[in-house]
Design a protein around this ligand. Sequence first.
Ligand code: SF4
Length: 75
Amino acid sequence: MAVTKVWLDESENECTMCGACEATCPEVFEVPEKMVVKNSPKLELTDEIVEAAEGCPVGTIAIEYDGSGKRDNPM
Ligand code: SF4
């Protein structure tokens, strides 16, 4: 599966600005305050993006696969 979009999803929790996602995958995430996805993120870094999402303590990193049009990873 290919990652086609990644974004901050605060529908259940708020980003705590911990910086873990940027530490795991700085090519995609930065945390100037709350997390933002960089311009032209390297979505081909699937393993790092998934690792960052799984390591987010509040589950606010959403991933869409294959243009599904929805969040595909668990909260
Ligand atoms: S790991 Fe999650 S809570 Fe921490 S800065 Fe990234 S998005 Fe925010």
